[in-house]
Design a protein around this ligand. Structure first.
Ligand code: MN
Length: 479
């Protein structure tokens, strides 16, 4: 694609400078792409991705005010010319930031036409250019998704719409989306059921809508196999907004749906922590729930504000949160073919182009620090030993029978009649405390005599006595 326009003048490839000053914001201080942790590079653990919609289509408009973000790539004559400029700006950004992946909705990449055929032609033309830029830069598609929620035809949902004509349009749109995913060699394909849900139970046949959604997904699986598309299908849970009742409420609702309709072998989950907290869970909850069922496919790395009740899609900057996410990712051996996609937008007051870099760099460093912390926890093994010890009673005798599903209620009664039982203690406070106490505050020196470390040594001694584990070094985490 021939364009000589530079959209981010004065910004070159973002370097890793471990000892940079706090004033130096255009460098990574913790994310060192090629550094190896637990046998993998940081780049391979984190698999960062930039999203197209917030970062290149976002205008800063909110329900109370007009756009604040004037982007040079969103100005010009005609939607297709703008789509080309936007693509060019996006690839300049990906390569300067140093991320290997991007994500997009079909309608972010190319404008919707008057007919489906025209929309498809627009998409063909722009994705031809995207493919060329992917080849030139080595940047790849983490996932594609279809926008089945913005157009007015989808006001009552797409796959759960009470009108089969709308269902048919959505299916045709997804067919094209899957073809585009194949063309661009996307590693995943996401379904976010933006308006799959209901506002009133009085006008809704819930059972029928859920059946229709399952049929829709089965058709997508069949077409994926037919065209030989090699990618992971993902469903993204969200509890509310825009619908009052969303079918894909949270990780467990989606897992239950997939298992009920026999779709659990064909799908994994794309977990967005901002959605998890809206569902009333803590930040890491759905990451863990999906992971333990072997269904954590990818993460939309963002955050909400705990004091706001809506989906603010902010850049994640809380190191405790990123530590807990990366702990789960390490425990399942990585996220591939998924990744950490920044479904996050700069605040509407962050109007400078530079802010787009600063926000991404901050979030990448936050996850790099989370990864470094989680790797320390994993290598040290203290918490894993405590966890094993907590469930020790299931490793032999009656506990082992329960574990092996060979135990009856009669066995349990006999056990309690004849065996003296002592109840083991729970270590919840202790383990929470351990994570907290292992924190090294920002700016604190690495000196082993810091006051933070005194209680840690005390706790490590306690642990050693309790579990017999040999703590090698006191692990100092970086919060
Ligand atoms: Mn969100």
């Amino acid at each position: 694609m021939s364009t000589n326009t530079v959209f981010f003048p004065g910004i070159s490839k973002i370097p890793y400078v471990a000892d940079a000053s706090v004033r130096d914001v255009l460098c990574f201080k913790y994310y060192n792409a090629s550094e190896i942790l637990l046998g993998k590079t940081m780049e391979d653990w984190l698999r960062f991705s930039v999203c197209y919609w917030h970062s290149f289509c976002g205008t800063g408009a909110d329900p109370f005010g007009s756009p604040t973000l004037r982007r040079p790539w969103n100005e010009g004559d005609g939607d297709m010319e703008i789509a080309k400029k936007r693509l060019s700006a996006a690839f300049e950004f990906f390569t300067k930031l140093g991320v290997k992946y991007y994500t997009f909705h079909d309608r972010d990449m190319a404008p919707e036409g008057r007919t489906l055929k025209e929309s498809n032609r627009n998409l063909d033309e722009i994705t031809d250019l995207a493919l060329e830029l992917q080849k030139q830069t080595g940047v790849k598609v983490l996932w594609v998704t279809c926008n089945l929620f913005a157009h007015s035809r989808y006001m009552n949902g797409a796959a759960s719409n009470p009108d089969c004509h709308v269902f048919a349009f959505a299916g045709a749109q997804v067919k094209k989306g899957l073809e585009i995913a194949k063309k661009l060699q996307a590693e995943n394909f996401v379904f976010w059921g933006g308006r799959e849900g209901f506002l009133s139970a009085l006008n809704t046949d819930v059972a029928a809508e859920l059946r229709h959604m399952a049929s829709f997904f089965k058709m997508a699986v069949a077409y994926k196999e037919k065209i030989g598309l090699k990618c992971q299908f993902l469903i993204e849970p969200k509890p509310k907004e825009p619908c009052k009742h969303q079918y894909d409420y949270d990780a467990m609702s989606v897992i239950g749906f997939l298992k009920h309709f026999g779709l659990d072998k064909d799908f994994k989950l794309n977990i967005e922590p901002n959605h998890t907290t809206l569902a009333g869970h803590s930040y890491e909850h759905d990451i863990i729930m999906a992971s333990v069922f072997g269904m954590l496919g990818s993460v939309d790395a963002n955050t909400g504000s705990p004091d706001l009740g809506w989906d603010t899609d902010q850049f994640p900057m809380d190191i405790r949160n990123t530590t807990l996410v990366m702990k789960a990712v390490i425990e399942q051996g990585g996220l591939q073919p998924g990744g950490l996609n920044f479904d996050a937008k700069v605040r509407r007051e962050s109007t400078e182009l530079e802010d787009l870099f600063i926000a991404h760099i901050g979030a990448m460093d936050a996850f790099a620090r989370g990864l470094r912390n989680a790797a320390k926890i994993f290598e040290e093994g203290v918490m894993q030993n405590m966890l094993r010890e907590r469930y020790m009673s299931f490793s032999l005798g009656i506990g082992q029978k329960v574990e092996e599903s060979s135990c009856s209620l009669e066995d349990l009664e006999v056990f309690h009649f004849y065996i003296q039982v002592t109840y083991s203690q729970h270590l919840e406070d202790h383990m929470e405390c351990l994570v907290l106490l292992m924190a090294k505050k920002l700016g604190q020196s690495g000196d082993s005599k810091t006051c933070t470390e005194q209680p840690i040594l005390y706790h490590m001694l306690l642990l050693r006595n309790r579990s017999g584990s040999k703590a090698k070094n006191t692990p100092i985490l970086d919060f």
